[in-house]
Write a protein that binds this ligand. Structure first.
Ligand SMILES: NC(=O)c1ccc[n+]([C@@H]2O[C@H](COP(=O)([O-])OP(=O)(O)OC[C@H]3O[C@@H](n4cnc5c(N)ncnc54)[C@H](O)[C@@H]3O)[C@@H](O)[C@H]2O)c1
Length: 263
């Protein structure tokens, strides 16, 4: 039997209560990691935890926290370190879509809300993670990354989308953040990569498309070369690959998981 890819690693996954984040928690746990789930949705995190615990023996925990608040972010790392161990894998997945409106119709609250969660929250989590990884002992006998970050951005961070200007801007920011962090810590050996999902079958996807009058899924799928929507597990599989040592020389990429759409 193949050895688990993430044995003895501790991973934090934000937005792990639902959708893509839940699928990521499940696959990281399956591959031997202890997972700290972070979300504002406590019931959803309990659901994720039950799915993970029922299949595996490693210890996991959840922390109710809003990633856009610095005090919550610090509490996340303290709690996970206390309950599990030092965290060496961070998946910044939590995100919100915000309102779908033309840029001229947005008000300041709409703008702040999306930027605070999708961009500032991602930066706060990365900032705290890097500080803690840098403080840990360096093992110079191996080339293994000491810290691995995967940011869940979006294909619209590259293409833009009408009615989604702030969301798209926040995700472009996440791509820029990823590429910068990837170049900042060569001696600390921190790798940082992004995933750019296309349309993935989650509650967020349903909310976005239900808000577009007359939206027709079958007509939309004609522009997706694989002619279907992706599953959260298909994003989670790529995330596993990026955090595992199978991607040991992969750093700073923005990997598209879109069924070929907008490549
Ligand atoms: N579903 C898609 O089609 C799609 C496409 C491209 C990118 N994405 C991105 O993938 C990620 C996951 O999306 P999803 O489709 O699973 O959405 P989802 O709405 O199903 O899940 C998002 C999770 O983030 C949590 N969250 C929201 N604000 C938070 C905060 N301030 N602090 C902590 N947790 C918070 C929510 O409670 C929820 O559990 C998001 O970053 C999203 O932008 C999704």
């Amino acid at each position: 039997m193949e050895a688990p890819k993430l044995q003895k690693k501790v991973a934090i996954v934000t937005g792990g209560a639902n959708g893509i984040g839940r699928a990521i928690c499940k696959i990281l746990a399956k591959e031997g990691a202890s997972v700290g789930i972070v979300d504002i949705d406590e019931a959803g995190m309990k659901g994720t935890l039950e799915m993970m615990s029922s299949a595996h023996e490693n210890i996991h925990c959840f922390v109710k926290a809003d990633i856009s608040r610095l005090e919550d972010v610090k509490r996340v790392f303290e709690t996970v370190e206390d309950r599990l161990d030092k965290c060496t894998v961070l998946v910044n997945n939590a995100g919100i879509e915000g309102v779908q409106q033309l840029v001229g119709d947005l008000d300041e609250n709409d703008i702040d809300l999306v930027l605070n969660v999708n961009l500032k929250g991602n930066i706060l989590m990365t900032n705290e993670f890097v500080k803690r990884v840098k403080l840990s002992d360096v093992d110079n006998t191996t080339n293994e990354a000491r810290g691995c970050i995967v940011n869940i951005a979006s294909i619209v961070g590259k293409t833009g989308a009408p009615g989604m200007s702030i969301y798209s801007a926040s995700k472009s920011g996440v791509i820029g953040l990823t590429k910068s962090v990837a170049q900042e810590y060569p001696t600390s050996r921190i790798r940082c990569n992004a995933i750019l999902p296309g349309s993935i079958d989650t509650a967020m996807f349903s909310r976005v498309f239900q808000s577009i009058p007359g939206f027709n899924v079958n007509a939309y799928l004609q522009i997706v070369p694989q002619r279907r929507i992706g599953t959260p597990e298909e994003v989670a599989n790529v995330c596993l690959h990026l955090v595992s040592d199978q991607s040991s020389y992969v750093n700073g990429v923005a990997m598209e998981v879109t069924g070929g759409h907008a490549c």
